[in-house]
Design a protein around this ligand. Structure first.
Ligand code: SF4
Length: 95
């Protein structure tokens, strides 16, 4: 009989989050109200060293709201649709 492995139910640590540019900036530019501009958050994402990891996290976890990896929810939906249409569901972020 083997022992219980708690790591089997605990998601891996989000190591990339420690390097997130948004962690160094006050305010929440990544969850604007409807009609509010997304550009301020995206400008910070553009210089973020973990932008790809952040975007992949959002796609993997079906994040429906906010800006992740420099993309709004609408842009992520478009990306997913485009990649699926290309038959490349395994590499949504790779391009
Ligand atoms: S890409 Fe944007 S939202 Fe994601 S961690 Fe970086 S600054 Fe934050």
């Amino acid at each position: 009989m083997t022992g219980f492995d708690p790591s089997s139910i605990i998601p891996p640590a989000q190591d990339w989050a420690a390097d997130a540019a948004c962690a160094e900036v006050g305010g929440d530019f990544w969850h604007p109200d409807r009609g509010e501009p997304t550009a301020p958050g995206k400008r910070i994402c553009a210089r973020c060293p973990v932008r790809v990891e952040c975007l992949q996290h959002a796609l993997d976890n079906d994040e429906q709201h906010g800006t992740w990896g420099g993309m709004s929810e609408g842009e992520r939906r478009l990306l997913i649709r485009r990649r699926r249409a290309e038959g490349d569901s395994a590499a949504v972020v790779a391009a």
